[in-house]
Design a protein around this ligand. Structure first.
Ligand SMILES: NC(=O)C1=CN([C@@H]2O[C@H](COP(=O)(O)OP(=O)(O)OC[C@H]3O[C@@H](n4cnc5c(N)ncnc54)[C@H](OP(=O)(O)O)[C@@H]3O)[C@@H](O)[C@H]2O)C=CC1
Ligand SMILES: O=C(O)[C@@H]1CCC=N1
Length: 290
Protein backbone atom coordinates (compact mmCIF):
# COMPACT_ATOMS: atom_id res chain seq x y z
CA UNK A 1 0.00 0.00 0.00
CA UNK A 2 1.48 3.32 -0.98
CA UNK A 3 0.23 6.72 -0.01
CA UNK A 4 1.56 9.84 -1.63
CA UNK A 5 0.72 11.69 1.56
CA UNK A 6 1.07 10.40 5.08
CA UNK A 7 -2.27 9.20 6.50
CA UNK A 8 -3.38 10.64 9.81
CA UNK A 9 -4.81 8.42 12.52
CA UNK A 10 -8.42 7.34 11.85
CA UNK A 11 -9.86 9.50 14.63
CA UNK A 12 -8.27 12.61 13.23
CA UNK A 13 -9.99 11.90 9.92
CA UNK A 14 -13.49 12.31 11.39
CA UNK A 15 -15.32 14.95 9.39
CA UNK A 16 -13.29 14.19 6.30
CA UNK A 17 -14.63 13.02 2.96
CA UNK A 18 -13.04 10.17 1.05
CA UNK A 19 -13.32 9.98 -2.72
CA UNK A 20 -12.87 6.58 -4.32
CA UNK A 21 -11.75 7.45 -7.84
CA UNK A 22 -9.96 10.65 -8.75
CA UNK A 23 -11.03 11.05 -12.38
CA UNK A 24 -13.05 13.69 -14.24
CA UNK A 25 -16.10 13.78 -11.99
CA UNK A 26 -14.13 13.65 -8.75
CA UNK A 27 -11.90 16.49 -9.97
CA UNK A 28 -14.95 18.59 -10.78
CA UNK A 29 -16.51 17.95 -7.36
CA UNK A 30 -13.27 18.44 -5.44
CA UNK A 31 -12.56 21.64 -7.40
CA UNK A 32 -16.00 22.94 -6.47
CA UNK A 33 -15.57 22.04 -2.80
CA UNK A 34 -12.11 23.57 -2.46
CA UNK A 35 -13.07 26.72 -4.37
CA UNK A 36 -15.91 27.23 -1.90
CA UNK A 37 -13.83 26.88 1.22
CA UNK A 38 -13.55 23.18 2.07
CA UNK A 39 -9.94 22.61 3.16
CA UNK A 40 -8.15 20.22 0.81
CA UNK A 41 -6.69 18.58 3.90
CA UNK A 42 -10.17 17.28 4.81
CA UNK A 43 -10.48 15.45 1.47
CA UNK A 44 -8.89 12.03 0.92
CA UNK A 45 -8.74 10.55 -2.57
CA UNK A 46 -8.05 6.97 -3.66
CA UNK A 47 -6.81 6.86 -7.22
CA UNK A 48 -4.64 4.16 -8.87
CA UNK A 49 -2.78 6.42 -11.32
CA UNK A 50 0.23 8.08 -9.73
CA UNK A 51 0.18 11.05 -12.12
CA UNK A 52 -3.47 11.72 -11.31
CA UNK A 53 -2.74 11.50 -7.56
CA UNK A 54 0.07 14.02 -7.88
CA UNK A 55 -2.08 16.41 -9.91
CA UNK A 56 -4.91 16.21 -7.35
CA UNK A 57 -2.54 16.83 -4.45
CA UNK A 58 -0.80 19.71 -6.26
CA UNK A 59 -3.99 21.37 -7.49
CA UNK A 60 -6.22 20.99 -4.45
CA UNK A 61 -4.01 20.07 -1.48
CA UNK A 62 -5.93 16.83 -0.90
CA UNK A 63 -4.46 13.70 0.68
CA UNK A 64 -4.08 10.97 -1.92
CA UNK A 65 -3.78 7.20 -1.68
CA UNK A 66 -3.29 4.33 -4.08
CA UNK A 67 -5.58 2.20 -1.98
CA UNK A 68 -9.27 2.73 -1.21
CA UNK A 69 -9.09 1.15 2.23
CA UNK A 70 -6.53 3.75 3.29
CA UNK A 71 -8.50 6.63 1.84
CA UNK A 72 -11.70 5.76 3.71
CA UNK A 73 -9.85 5.15 6.98
CA UNK A 74 -11.75 7.29 9.50
CA UNK A 75 -13.69 9.25 6.87
CA UNK A 76 -17.38 9.54 7.62
CA UNK A 77 -18.48 10.34 4.07
CA UNK A 78 -17.44 8.12 1.17
CA UNK A 79 -17.88 9.49 -2.34
CA UNK A 80 -17.90 6.63 -4.84
CA UNK A 81 -16.61 8.20 -8.07
CA UNK A 82 -15.42 5.23 -10.10
CA UNK A 83 -16.89 3.91 -13.33
CA UNK A 84 -20.02 1.75 -12.94
CA UNK A 85 -18.01 -1.20 -14.28
CA UNK A 86 -15.69 -1.26 -11.25
CA UNK A 87 -18.08 -0.18 -8.52
CA UNK A 88 -18.98 -3.68 -7.40
CA UNK A 89 -15.33 -4.63 -6.91
CA UNK A 90 -14.67 -1.35 -5.06
CA UNK A 91 -17.66 -1.79 -2.73
CA UNK A 92 -16.93 -5.42 -1.95
CA UNK A 93 -13.34 -4.51 -1.03
CA UNK A 94 -14.60 -1.80 1.35
CA UNK A 95 -17.49 -3.82 2.84
CA UNK A 96 -15.76 -4.70 6.14
CA UNK A 97 -14.94 -1.04 6.79
CA UNK A 98 -18.45 0.01 5.77
CA UNK A 99 -19.99 -2.39 8.30
CA UNK A 100 -17.62 -1.24 11.04
CA UNK A 101 -17.71 2.50 10.37
CA UNK A 102 -21.25 2.99 8.96
CA UNK A 103 -20.32 6.00 6.82
CA UNK A 104 -22.63 8.07 4.67
CA UNK A 105 -22.03 6.58 1.21
CA UNK A 106 -22.57 8.90 -1.76
CA UNK A 107 -22.41 7.41 -5.24
CA UNK A 108 -22.17 9.33 -8.50
CA UNK A 109 -22.08 6.21 -10.68
CA UNK A 110 -24.48 6.28 -13.59
CA UNK A 111 -27.07 3.51 -13.54
CA UNK A 112 -25.98 1.64 -10.43
CA UNK A 113 -28.82 1.43 -7.90
CA UNK A 114 -28.71 1.94 -4.15
CA UNK A 115 -29.92 -1.66 -3.71
CA UNK A 116 -26.87 -2.90 -5.61
CA UNK A 117 -24.49 -0.70 -3.62
CA UNK A 118 -26.09 -1.78 -0.37
CA UNK A 119 -25.75 -5.46 -1.28
CA UNK A 120 -22.12 -5.07 -2.40
CA UNK A 121 -21.27 -3.25 0.85
CA UNK A 122 -22.70 -6.22 2.73
CA UNK A 123 -25.59 -4.16 4.05
CA UNK A 124 -28.39 -5.76 5.96
CA UNK A 125 -32.07 -4.91 5.86
CA UNK A 126 -33.97 -2.00 7.40
CA UNK A 127 -32.23 -0.61 10.51
CA UNK A 128 -29.02 -2.37 9.52
CA UNK A 129 -28.97 -1.04 5.94
CA UNK A 130 -26.16 1.34 4.93
CA UNK A 131 -27.01 5.01 4.45
CA UNK A 132 -26.64 5.69 0.74
CA UNK A 133 -27.24 8.81 -1.31
CA UNK A 134 -27.23 8.21 -5.05
CA UNK A 135 -26.58 11.35 -6.98
CA UNK A 136 -25.98 12.53 -10.50
CA UNK A 137 -23.87 15.67 -10.75
CA UNK A 138 -22.39 17.13 -13.92
CA UNK A 139 -18.98 18.55 -14.81
CA UNK A 140 -19.84 22.28 -14.52
CA UNK A 141 -19.48 21.40 -10.82
CA UNK A 142 -15.87 22.48 -11.31
CA UNK A 143 -17.14 26.07 -11.62
CA UNK A 144 -19.84 25.72 -8.99
CA UNK A 145 -22.29 25.87 -11.90
CA UNK A 146 -23.36 22.24 -11.93
CA UNK A 147 -26.70 20.70 -11.15
CA UNK A 148 -27.10 17.49 -9.17
CA UNK A 149 -30.05 15.18 -8.73
CA UNK A 150 -30.02 13.34 -5.37
CA UNK A 151 -31.89 10.36 -3.99
CA UNK A 152 -31.56 9.09 -0.41
CA UNK A 153 -32.34 5.63 0.93
CA UNK A 154 -34.53 5.41 4.06
CA UNK A 155 -31.40 4.75 6.15
CA UNK A 156 -30.16 8.30 5.48
CA UNK A 157 -31.25 10.52 8.37
CA UNK A 158 -31.79 14.27 8.26
CA UNK A 159 -28.17 15.04 9.08
CA UNK A 160 -27.01 12.66 6.34
CA UNK A 161 -29.23 14.45 3.84
CA UNK A 162 -27.87 17.78 5.01
CA UNK A 163 -24.31 16.52 4.68
CA UNK A 164 -24.88 15.23 1.15
CA UNK A 165 -26.72 18.39 0.20
CA UNK A 166 -23.87 20.54 1.56
CA UNK A 167 -21.28 18.51 -0.37
CA UNK A 168 -23.15 18.70 -3.65
CA UNK A 169 -24.24 22.33 -3.16
CA UNK A 170 -20.58 23.26 -3.55
CA UNK A 171 -21.00 21.98 -7.09
CA UNK A 172 -24.05 24.13 -7.83
CA UNK A 173 -27.80 23.60 -7.74
CA UNK A 174 -29.26 20.49 -6.09
CA UNK A 175 -32.57 18.75 -6.76
CA UNK A 176 -33.86 15.87 -4.60
CA UNK A 177 -35.94 13.18 -6.25
CA UNK A 178 -38.24 10.78 -4.37
CA UNK A 179 -38.33 7.98 -6.93
CA UNK A 180 -34.96 6.37 -7.60
CA UNK A 181 -36.19 5.07 -10.97
CA UNK A 182 -36.13 8.69 -12.19
CA UNK A 183 -32.37 8.90 -11.68
CA UNK A 184 -31.71 7.51 -15.17
CA UNK A 185 -33.76 10.36 -16.65
CA UNK A 186 -31.70 12.81 -14.56
CA UNK A 187 -28.55 11.20 -15.96
CA UNK A 188 -29.81 11.50 -19.55
CA UNK A 189 -30.82 15.14 -19.06
CA UNK A 190 -28.22 16.86 -16.89
CA UNK A 191 -25.50 14.29 -16.11
CA UNK A 192 -24.70 13.80 -19.79
CA UNK A 193 -26.22 17.15 -20.77
CA UNK A 194 -23.05 19.29 -20.83
CA UNK A 195 -21.79 17.09 -23.68
CA UNK A 196 -24.88 17.95 -25.74
CA UNK A 197 -24.11 21.65 -25.38
CA UNK A 198 -20.44 21.04 -26.21
CA UNK A 199 -21.56 19.17 -29.34
CA UNK A 200 -23.73 22.14 -30.32
CA UNK A 201 -20.73 24.43 -29.77
CA UNK A 202 -18.60 22.23 -32.05
CA UNK A 203 -21.27 22.16 -34.74
CA UNK A 204 -21.84 25.95 -34.64
CA UNK A 205 -18.12 26.63 -34.78
CA UNK A 206 -17.64 24.27 -37.73
CA UNK A 207 -20.60 25.76 -39.60
CA UNK A 208 -19.31 29.30 -39.01
CA UNK A 209 -15.95 28.28 -40.47
CA UNK A 210 -17.68 26.80 -43.51
CA UNK A 211 -19.36 30.19 -43.96
CA UNK A 212 -15.85 31.64 -44.36
CA UNK A 213 -15.19 33.03 -40.87
CA UNK A 214 -11.64 32.75 -39.49
CA UNK A 215 -11.16 29.93 -36.94
CA UNK A 216 -10.74 32.15 -33.89
CA UNK A 217 -13.70 34.32 -34.85
CA UNK A 218 -15.89 31.27 -35.41
CA UNK A 219 -15.04 29.92 -31.96
CA UNK A 220 -15.58 33.24 -30.19
CA UNK A 221 -18.96 33.76 -31.85
CA UNK A 222 -20.17 30.24 -31.11
CA UNK A 223 -19.02 30.12 -27.48
CA UNK A 224 -20.09 33.62 -26.48
CA UNK A 225 -23.49 33.03 -28.09
CA UNK A 226 -23.99 29.91 -25.95
CA UNK A 227 -22.77 31.71 -22.82
CA UNK A 228 -24.98 34.75 -23.43
CA UNK A 229 -28.03 32.62 -24.21
CA UNK A 230 -27.45 30.47 -21.09
CA UNK A 231 -27.23 33.60 -18.96
CA UNK A 232 -30.48 34.97 -20.41
CA UNK A 233 -32.18 31.64 -19.73
CA UNK A 234 -31.12 31.64 -16.08
CA UNK A 235 -31.61 35.32 -15.17
CA UNK A 236 -34.04 35.72 -12.24
CA UNK A 237 -37.54 36.08 -13.67
CA UNK A 238 -36.41 35.01 -17.16
CA UNK A 239 -39.21 34.11 -19.53
CA UNK A 240 -39.41 30.49 -20.70
CA UNK A 241 -37.03 29.33 -23.46
CA UNK A 242 -39.76 29.41 -26.11
CA UNK A 243 -40.46 33.11 -25.43
CA UNK A 244 -36.76 34.01 -25.55
CA UNK A 245 -36.55 32.19 -28.87
CA UNK A 246 -39.58 34.09 -30.18
CA UNK A 247 -37.90 37.41 -29.36
CA UNK A 248 -34.93 36.56 -31.59
CA UNK A 249 -37.07 35.28 -34.43
CA UNK A 250 -38.27 38.11 -36.68
CA UNK A 251 -41.08 36.91 -38.97
CA UNK A 252 -39.59 36.14 -42.36
CA UNK A 253 -36.09 36.86 -41.03
CA UNK A 254 -32.83 34.97 -40.70
CA UNK A 255 -33.59 33.14 -37.44
CA UNK A 256 -36.84 31.79 -38.83
CA UNK A 257 -34.91 30.31 -41.74
CA UNK A 258 -32.59 28.53 -39.30
CA UNK A 259 -35.29 27.39 -36.86
CA UNK A 260 -37.37 25.93 -39.69
CA UNK A 261 -34.30 23.98 -40.77
CA UNK A 262 -33.91 22.56 -37.22
CA UNK A 263 -37.61 21.69 -36.99
CA UNK A 264 -37.69 20.06 -40.44
CA UNK A 265 -34.60 18.08 -39.49
CA UNK A 266 -36.40 16.70 -36.43
CA UNK A 267 -34.24 18.33 -33.75
CA UNK A 268 -36.84 17.88 -31.00
CA UNK A 269 -37.39 14.24 -31.82
CA UNK A 270 -33.63 13.73 -31.98
CA UNK A 271 -33.13 15.29 -28.52
CA UNK A 272 -35.99 13.17 -27.19
CA UNK A 273 -34.38 10.00 -28.54
CA UNK A 274 -30.92 11.01 -27.32
CA UNK A 275 -32.08 11.54 -23.73
CA UNK A 276 -34.18 8.35 -23.81
CA UNK A 277 -31.16 6.39 -25.07
CA UNK A 278 -28.91 7.86 -22.37
CA UNK A 279 -31.46 6.88 -19.70
CA UNK A 280 -31.78 3.40 -21.18
CA UNK A 281 -27.98 3.05 -21.14
CA UNK A 282 -28.08 3.83 -17.42
CA UNK A 283 -30.50 0.95 -16.89
CA UNK A 284 -28.27 -1.32 -18.98
CA UNK A 285 -25.22 -0.35 -16.91
CA UNK A 286 -27.10 -1.43 -13.80
CA UNK A 287 -27.97 -4.85 -15.25
CA UNK A 288 -24.59 -5.41 -16.93
CA UNK A 289 -22.56 -4.73 -13.78
CA UNK A 290 -24.69 -6.54 -11.23
N1 LIG B 1 -17.85 12.52 -16.25
C1 LIG B 1 -19.06 12.99 -16.02
O1 LIG B 1 -19.51 14.01 -16.59
C2 LIG B 1 -19.94 12.32 -15.01
C3 LIG B 1 -19.61 11.10 -14.48
N2 LIG B 1 -20.44 10.52 -13.55
C4 LIG B 1 -20.08 9.24 -12.97
O2 LIG B 1 -18.87 9.43 -12.26
C5 LIG B 1 -18.14 8.21 -12.23
C6 LIG B 1 -16.72 8.47 -12.66
O3 LIG B 1 -16.74 8.96 -13.99
P1 LIG B 1 -15.52 9.78 -14.55
O4 LIG B 1 -14.95 10.63 -13.49
O5 LIG B 1 -15.99 10.40 -15.80
O6 LIG B 1 -14.52 8.57 -14.88
P2 LIG B 1 -12.93 8.58 -14.83
O7 LIG B 1 -12.49 7.35 -15.54
O8 LIG B 1 -12.42 9.91 -15.27
O9 LIG B 1 -12.63 8.45 -13.26
C7 LIG B 1 -12.69 7.24 -12.56
C8 LIG B 1 -11.38 7.11 -11.84
O10 LIG B 1 -11.46 6.02 -10.95
C9 LIG B 1 -10.19 5.38 -10.98
N3 LIG B 1 -10.32 4.02 -10.47
C10 LIG B 1 -10.48 2.85 -11.15
N4 LIG B 1 -10.51 1.82 -10.29
C11 LIG B 1 -10.35 2.33 -9.04
C12 LIG B 1 -10.30 1.78 -7.74
N5 LIG B 1 -10.42 0.46 -7.55
N6 LIG B 1 -10.13 2.60 -6.69
C13 LIG B 1 -10.03 3.92 -6.87
N7 LIG B 1 -10.08 4.53 -8.09
C14 LIG B 1 -10.24 3.73 -9.16
C15 LIG B 1 -9.80 5.44 -12.43
O11 LIG B 1 -8.41 5.19 -12.58
P3 LIG B 1 -7.91 4.52 -13.95
O12 LIG B 1 -8.34 5.44 -15.06
O13 LIG B 1 -6.43 4.46 -13.75
O14 LIG B 1 -8.59 3.18 -14.02
C16 LIG B 1 -10.20 6.87 -12.78
O15 LIG B 1 -9.17 7.78 -12.49
C17 LIG B 1 -18.84 7.24 -13.16
O16 LIG B 1 -19.52 6.28 -12.40
C18 LIG B 1 -19.80 8.11 -13.94
O17 LIG B 1 -20.98 7.41 -14.26
C19 LIG B 1 -21.55 11.13 -13.09
C20 LIG B 1 -21.91 12.34 -13.58
C21 LIG B 1 -21.19 13.02 -14.63
O1 LIG C 1 -21.22 9.20 -19.79
C1 LIG C 1 -21.39 8.73 -18.67
O2 LIG C 1 -21.70 7.52 -18.53
C2 LIG C 1 -21.26 9.61 -17.47
C3 LIG C 1 -22.52 9.68 -16.67
C4 LIG C 1 -23.09 11.04 -16.95
C5 LIG C 1 -22.02 11.73 -17.62
N1 LIG C 1 -21.01 10.96 -17.86
Amino acid sequence: MTASTTPASPDSNAGSTAFIGGGNMARSLIGGLVARGTPGSSIRVAEPAEAARKALADDFGVATFADGAQAVDGADVWMLAVKPQVLRQVCEALAPQARARRPLVVSVAAGITTAQISRWLGGGEDADAPAIVRCMPNTPALLGAGVTGLFATPAVDASGRERAQALLSSAGTTVWIDDEAQMDAVTGTSGSGPAYVFLLAEAMEDAAKRQGLPDATARTLALQTILGAARMLTEPGAPPPAELRRRVTSPGGTTQAAIETFEEGGLRELVDRAIANAAERGRELSAAND
